[in-house]
Design a protein around this ligand. Structure first.
Ligand SMILES: Cc1ncc(COP(=O)(O)O)c(C=O)c1O
Length: 408
């Protein structure tokens, strides 16, 4: 039996060893090993694994970086410049209808949201020092930064299945019944739109998650990095829901970034916003060890958050891509146009599961996709219910379709 299976049988994934002994590996490492030595079945392979948008980045970015290049000569402010936090606060006001966000206390700038999601686990554990077995809960499939963050600070990583059976989001009713777990929970990660499912939490779901967090005094980490990629209505934001409650942002931190919204994954620029008391402790930790965002990048980021034209243009292209996906995939592999995000998460059980399908697609067609089956859940309504799946991001007909795709 593998170490992974042993740990899962014991129902416990905890501690740094899980990150070093092969228990938990990045999905990209797993895929590299899976496809190792297998030649692609096409002269021009298509890479569909990495969550990297392929639309044009805003043309003003390079000029804005150059404009402030002198600040490469200075250590950047870890919390973010006043100008950038002001621009983010204004964006939150326009996009989410939340006014009065205090940029000085309720917003921190991140070097991309990934590191922010990971480091946020530290103060989440730290604020409940009496717990001997802290737990960090996460939607499953999960984003690697959640599990790395949880294990890195000695918490147990608890996977809450988010599959078709649960509406592609964790089952909060099942969770609220698990009082033993909730008593030692320090944080819950939920993505909306979720990766890879593309599910969007509605305001009632967000309100339930927040009230659970407040009842048990844990942090709700709400990952909204795909919030601007949608083809119907704009996904609800957790700050909007929280702003309506008497507790305002208490127990809530929302994460977002320019990577997907503005096609700038290489810029490494994101932010988190929410609970001022938590962010104060978090900023203190960040001031000791987290990566800052370079000054010129902060300057350019303020311009990106202040402009919606490039975001709308990208959304128009995503609409075309999803129109193609609708035409090609409707009625097949459990496909439904996702409410948000740019991943497709398809049921590959008829091909022997996501891993088998990934090998076949690579070997036969030169298409690289990533198996997306959830890890076996330790808790939640759908214990141990793996579905076989793979995921890829889509590309539009207009950009020239590869002749060897799944539909041919
Ligand atoms: C669900 C999810 N959250 C967060 C991130 C982090 O993005 P970034 O660090 O570029 O902001 C990603 C990147 O793929 C993601 O898929």
């Amino acid at each position: 039996m593998t170490k992974f299976a042993e740990r899962l049988r014991a129902g416990h994934i905890r501690g740094l060893a899980a990150l070093t002994d092969g228990t938990i590996r990045s999905p990209f490492t797993q895929l590299r090993r899976l496809l190792d030595g297998i030649e692609p079945g096409h002269a021009k392979p298509i890479e569909l694994t990495i969550g990297e948008p392929r639309e044009a980045m805003p043309e003003f970015i390079a000029a804005r970086v150059a404009e402030d290049s002198a600040s490469f000569g200075k250590y950047p402010p870890i919390r973010g410049s006043d100008a950038l936090r002001g621009a983010i606060g204004a964006w939150i006001g326009r996009r989410h209808g939340v006014t009065g966000v205090d940029p000085a206390k309720e917003i921190l700038v991140l070097n991309g949201s990934r590191e922010g999601l990971t480091f946020a686990c530290w103060p989440a554990v730290g604020r409940k020092p009496w717990l001997t077995e802290p737990a960090i809960l996460m939607c499953n499939p999960y984003y690697s930064a959640y599990v790395a963050g949880a294990l890195g600070c000695g918490a147990e990583a608890v996977f809450l299945n988010a599959t078709r059976d649960t509406g592609f989001l964790p089952d909060l009713d099942a969770l609220s019944a698990d009082t033993e777990l909730l008593a030692r929970t320090v944080a819950l990660f939920i993505g909306s739109p979720s990766n890879p499912q593309g599910a969007v939490a509605d305001p009632a779901y967000i309100a339930s998650a927040l009230s659970l967090a407040r009842r048990h005094d844990f942090m709700l980490f709400f990952d909204e990095c795909y919030s601007e990629i949608y083809t119907g209505s704009a996904p609800a934001g957790a700050l909007t829901v929280a702003a309506e409650t008497p507790g305002r942002f208490r127990n809530l931190v929302v994460f977002n970034s320019l990577s997907k919204r503005s096609n700038l994954p290489g810029l490494r620029s994101g932010f988190c916003a929410g609970d001022a008391e938590f962010l104060e402790a978090y900023a203190e930790i960040r001031n000791m060890c987290a990566p800052q965002v370079a000054g010129p990048v902060q300057h350019a980021s303020a311009a990106a958050w202040s402009d919606e034209a490039h975001v709308e243009a990208a959304r128009a292209v995503y609409r075309l891509k999803f129109n193609d996906a609708d035409a090609i995939l409707a009625g097949r592999f459990g496909y439904a146009r996702p409410a948000g995000g740019f991943c497709l998460w398809l049921d590959m059980s008829q091909f022997g599961g996501g891993a088998n399908a990934a090998v076949t697609l690579w070997k036969s067609f030169g298409v690289k996709v990533i198996p997306g089956a959830p890890s076996r859940a330790r808790t939640g309504a759908t214990r141990g219910m793996p579905i076989s799946a793979l995921r890829w991001s889509s590309r539009p007909k207009s950009s020239g379709r590869h002749s060897n795709e799944l539909s041919s």
